[in-house]
Design a protein around this ligand. Structure first.
Ligand code: SF4
Ligand code: F3S
Ligand code: FES
Length: 253
């Protein structure tokens, strides 16, 4: 069954903008991205929106719908009352380029600051062995589609541009946790101290475990419980004694 829905869509650029009103047809089974595409095909051909897969896998179509950070392609129109006005705005924590498209380069900069996985020197390809529980732990974090909804939602940066320099955000603290928990990561032998990095370079201390990041993750990754809290515990446990740190790395091998 089709119906006419009312939408408000933010239109503008870095110099400013506002909400534009639209009335648009919605068909049964559609998601919000279908409606945005219909707007592009009818009333607003120059409406800018970023998307790729329409299957919740590329992480491109992040926006805020009625104030809640969500994927446009995974939000069914059936979750809204047909009489309700649906408001779509760009991600709030990142600078607007145009309409619903934001500049997410903060996230790429933070990704580059996390030292890569270091393969163990004594093992060659095909010789890596891990316990299934270690595989499972890392596997959860690898479900991340880099939609940056968690980065956009965390209060540390959402309305605090000034914190971006010092805070990597939940997605990249999770990456640090993943690597620190990885039994084959040999970064320590290469002189990389991931736990000190978490505290001193990636701003782990800014996180006060409000769990808002976890609530908006479309992959349902338990970012706070399985990555951030364990990382905090690991940082505190060692209380930064370099000898304990090196010893623990050697014992694990
Ligand atoms: Fe998106 Fe979840 Fe990855 Fe954050 S952790 S970027 S919310 S998929
Ligand atoms: Fe932010 Fe998530 Fe921590 S929302 S404060 S990173 S638990
Ligand atoms: Fe790829 Fe929505 S278009 S996640």
């Amino acid at each position: 069954m089709s119906y006419q829905a009312r939408f408000k869509v933010w239109r503008g650029d870095a110099d400013g903008g506002g909400l534009a009103d639209f009335e648009v047809t919605v068909n049964e089974g559609e998601v919000v991205l279908d409606v945005v595409h219909r707007l592009q095909a009818t009333a607003a051909p120059d409406l800018a929106v970023r998307w790729n897969c329409k299957a919740g896998k590329c992480g491109s179509c992040s926006a805020e719908i009625n104030g809640r950070p969500r994927l446009l392609c995974m939000t069914r129109m059936s979750v809204f009352d047909p009489a309700e006005t649906v408001t779509i705005t760009p991600l709030r924590a990142f600078p607007v380029l145009r309409d619903l498209v934001t500049d997410v380069s903060y996230n790429y900069a933070k990704a580059r600051e996390v030292p890569s996985f270091v393969p163990p020197a004594e093992l060659g390809p095909g010789q890596y062995r891990m316990k299934q529980e270690d595989v499972n732990r890392v596997q959860e974090f690898r479900k991340c589609i880099e939609c940056f909804l968690c980065q956009n939602t965390c209060h540390v940066v959402r309305d605090h541009e000034e914190n971006k320099q010092a805070f990597a955000g939940p997605r990249f603290l999770m990456r640090v946790a993943e690597l620190d928990m990885h039994p084959l990561d040999a970064a320590a032998e290469a002189g990389v101290d991931r736990r000190r990095g978490a505290r001193e370079e990636h701003g782990l201390g800014y996180c006060n475990i409000t769990k808002c990041c976890t609530e908006v993750c479309p992959e349902h990754i338990k970012i706070t419980d399985n990555a951030l809290i364990p990382l905090k515990e690991r940082v505190v446990d060692r209380s930064y004694d370099p000898l304990v740190w090196l010893g623990s790395k050697i014992r694990r091998r």
